[in-house]
Design a protein around this ligand. Structure first.
Ligand SMILES: [Zn+2]
Length: 512
């Protein structure tokens, strides 16, 4: 095969950003456009295969489809990797090793999706019958018939279906980036490994073991994770870290049986009121968590991280407008707020409301609490701080329903059930040389600087890559921010999808 890589050649000759590099980008863009019909046909086919963790047949079907598709694009060593347990959803693996190339990047995406409730999807949509709309449906988007090859696709249109954005778009963009280079005879400058997971939405229960079992196969310089949305401004972004996550369920107990609020109000302690007081004691009016030591372990931001945060275009006004909120909890920009650990109430329950309300003093009140963690936090230590805070408010804390004896001895009782299925934050240094080169090459391919985000608000168990392989992951998402991932009406804007393919071609032709 005759290879050419004008951009790299010119770069080596001049050591500067070149027009040739731009011409390669144009060539790539044109090629993607020429192939968009076939790419979209295949994307539609993949989206029609149900990909819910609870449906192992569907998961296998997806894995086999992807493996065949990879083989059809000339990817080598395509195989299904599993943990020792043969029942687990497989990782679809493949690689392209280029002679003389020493550096290796693993591209990650996942093909499984969140559970679906078809009845909640907009009229005319079905999670596994992908359909094309002129725009976001809630913005007046109308159904489009599938275009002919000659007509082509409108880049503002969206394809709706489970996995459209999260994360089958990632799988398709990565594979087609390589296919584009092959068609254009452009030699990748890195060895490429493909890693498509099948149980990310189920919490990746076997990922750690699988990485450990395939350590040498998965040797690389860096992982590029394609998952999640791009920046709300619409600009492409690189994310260097994710927050960790842990949950706690807090139950405050009242009388052993529900009491008449007329006969007993003003006399017995009301657990809903006690819980409200307890929760309110955890944050001040400035939105700061008042739990002792809550922010103590946080690793300070580096100079590069502070600079990156200052350069992020503000979307606060746009988001406030979109969400119908006037003020924010902490009077700081969104991305600054995400650099702190957080404490949020996910839900509160005590007796009934509305048509279920009765004149009672409830027996208990329950709150689900979500703690997000940043670099430096340890999830067990963070839980412990909250438990100590509850004790400091005068509660006897137990992890089981209180006994009669405990009720006799303690006025205020709180049961705390902690979630052991928790994990810490992960962050790759923004000064990581490989990550820096990726940011640079994305800028060249796109013609504009991507947003560099030290830590995204959401959580992913990315620490396993560091833990098992001692390697750094960075995330390069491609989906539009209003993609409804995890919910009904999931979609991806075609502009994002096709630009995503181009972004990965840039990374696959990374220069030194
Ligand atoms: Zn995802």
């Amino acid at each position: 095969m005759k290879y050419k890589n004008i951009g790299v050649l010119f770069f080596l000759m001049t050591g500067t950003i070149s027009n040739a590099q731009t011409s390669q980008s144009i060539q790539i863009k044109n090629n993607i456009q020429q192939n968009e019909f076939q790419i979209m046909e295949s994307f539609k086919e993949l989206l029609a295969i149900p990909n819910i963790a609870a449906d192992p047949v569907g998961i296998e079907h997806n894995a086999n489809w992807i493996a065949n598709y990879m083989q059809s694009k000339g990817i080598q060593k395509v195989q299904l990797l599993r943990d020792d347990n043969t029942q687990t959803p497989p990782v679809v693996y493949g690689e392209v090793i280029t002679p003389g190339v020493t550096e290796t990047v693993i591209f990650y995406a996942h093909y499984d999706g969140q559970p679906v409730d078809s009845s909640k999807w907009a009229k005319g949509l079905h999670p596994f019958k992908p359909s094309l709309y002129s725009n976001l449906i809630s913005d007046g988007g109308l159904p489009l018939s599938w275009p002919t090859k000659e007509l082509g696709f409108d880049l503002q249109s969206r394809i709706y279906g489970r996995g459209a954005s999260d994360d089958k778009a990632g799988v398709m963009a990565i594979i087609n980036a390589y296919a584009t280079l092959v068609q254009l005879h452009i030699k990748p400058t890195i060895n490429i490994k493909f890693f498509f997971e099948g149980e990310e939405e189920a919490g990746s229960p076997h990922l750690s073991a699988l990485l450990k079992n395939h350590k040498s196969l998965l040797a690389s310089d860096i992982w590029v994770i394609c998952d999640g949305p791009v920046h709300q401004s619409g600009k492409k972004q690189i994310v260097y870290g994710v927050r960790g996550d842990t949950h706690m369920e807090i139950t405050v107990f009242g009388p052993k049986r529900p009491l008449h609020s007329g006969h007993y109000g003003n006399w017995v302690l009301n657990p809903a009121m006690e819980l409200a007081r307890l929760l309110a004691s955890m944050k001040n009016e400035k939105g700061e968590v008042t739990v002792a030591g809550f922010y103590d372990d946080v690793t300070p931001l580096t100079i590069s991280e502070k600079e990156a945060l200052a350069n992020i275009p503000s979307v606060d006004a746009q988001l406030k407008n979109e969400l119908g909120v006037l003020a924010t909890e902490r009077n700081i920009p969104l991305n600054d707020a995400l650099q702190f650990p957080s404490l949020n109430v996910n839900g509160i329950q005590s007796a009934g409301v509305g048509k279920y309300s009765a004149n009672v003093i409830p027996t208990k009140a329950i709150a689900s609490i979500d703690l997000r963690l940043v670099k430096g936090n340890d999830w067990r230590r963070q839980q412990e701080k909250v438990i100590n805070h509850i004790k400091a408010q005068g509660f006897f804390v137990t992890n089981k329903e209180p006994t009669d004896e405990q009720r006799k001895q303690n006025n205020k009782i709180c049961m705390v059930v902690v979630d052991d299925n928790s994990y810490n934050a992960q962050k790759t240094s923004m000064d990581n040389p490989f990550a820096k080169r990726i940011a640079k090459v994305m800028q060249l391919g796109l013609g504009s600087n991507p947003v560099l985000l030290p830590t995204v608000g959401g959580s992913l168990p990315l620490f396993v890559f560091e833990q098992e392989l001692n390697t750094a992951p960075i995330t390069v998402p491609i989906a539009n921010h209003d993609n409804n991932q995890h919910a009904e009406n999931e979609n991806i804007k075609l502009k994002n999808f096709f630009e995503g393919i181009q972004i990965f071609t840039s990374i696959m032709t990374l220069t030194k």
